[in-house]
Design a binder for this molecule. Sequence first.
Ligand code: SF4
Length: 479
Amino acid sequence: MQSTTAICPSLFNATSAQDGILSRIRIPSGLITSVQCDAIAQLVNQFGNGEIQITNRANLQIRTSQALTLEVLQNLQDYGLASRTESVDGLRNIMASPTAGIDIHAKINTIPFVKQWDAYLSNHPELEILSSKFSVCFDGGETVSVSDRPNDICLVAVEINNEIYFDLHLGLGDRGDSPSAVGKLIDPQQTLEVLATLTEVYREYTQQKLNQNYSRSRPPRLRELLNDWGVKHYLQLVEQKFGYALRPSSYLPKREKREYKHLGIHAQKQSGLAYIGAVIPLGRLTSQQLQGLGHLAKHHGGGALRLTAWQNILITDVAEAKIAQVTREIFNLGLQISVNHPYAAIAACSGSTGCKSALTDTQTDAKAIAIHLENCIKLDHPINIHFSGCEKSCAQHHSSDIALVSKNSQAYQVYIGAGDISFGRELYPEYSTQDLPALIERLLNIYQNQRQNSEQNFSEFMNRCNLQELQKLLTLDHA
Ligand code: SF4
């Protein structure tokens, strides 16, 4: 029987939440076959509320009325939806770009690396002592980049003198920061060996800490090792164990502007094929929608869906001649594909129904805003609105256009654009939840009517605004 005591849910150790037992199913690189979609749909229809949620690491999250039985868990293992080694199934999902292997700009297909690393984890139960937050990401240089997502280790494909390498990035900063380059290159053929060594040195550090009475329920994060030993010493130990020095790197990573190319219709690297990104409102979809999308992938695509870290879904390998039909069928499932749909860029953490730290029901409040915007405004740029039930900001760590952070049970702090602190510039320290939809509508209207040109995005416009003048304008607009 599934345990239900976890703070951070996994499949074998779920969380008991206000709205049921919350389980998280790891989907390495977000790749899920139509058969697996059917299995999950059947599971939530039988034991849950018929709904599935995609998380910001491209896991699937389900809510059931009771803990899952051993038989159900074994069934999920048979479908390849859970590791055969239960003790390591709780480690964070392995992340890759949802367009790995199909992106026109990809330098290398990272999916085989994800599979190798997943198999390695399953074969190494001794890694169970690691923090369940230990996370690895592969970025193949795709336009839909994941290199800025918070991860402990991120391998970013780079091209140097016509050769492809992985540039090693480590999560050195605070919670939620993007990993940073540490000046080492990895030959793709040695990727598994290097990752295994990086992990083994971290495991030995963890064991030392546990021997010194560190709590087993809160083992050290990799960033604690990095703070403790420094990157240089960590990498020296890795190289000693590995047997030789890693190639130095002076590659300077570029932080690209998010292009939202995970949504809508886009040509693939493979001639004559396209992928279609569907907007999944707050990452939530019904079992029928998941099965419907799986069915489209089976009959008109590559047989699998790609879940994204932006909580949306891609159908890949669609022949040009089938694009119109597949798009129509996505609409028939009640979903959209437009990057400018209000739901396209709204993210919310679990909120009070799924997390004890939340002061507000972020999911319901985000939905209220999306429904309001759908009825009153036509966007011509995706506007990233981020709801957080507390300052931890689980749903999204990078900067957003508008950030709403719970202040108390009936109000949010409102931040806009970029600022000195991660949420942006504080527009209001406290704003009533019920008045938020109208406030966001007014902000968007001011932006669309007063921006310099259609190229100026929301955050650029808001960063130039004088906050007092903006508040006056919002009040006048309201009167
Ligand atoms: S941001 Fe806070 S309230 Fe929301 S899920 Fe994370 S810990 Fe819970």
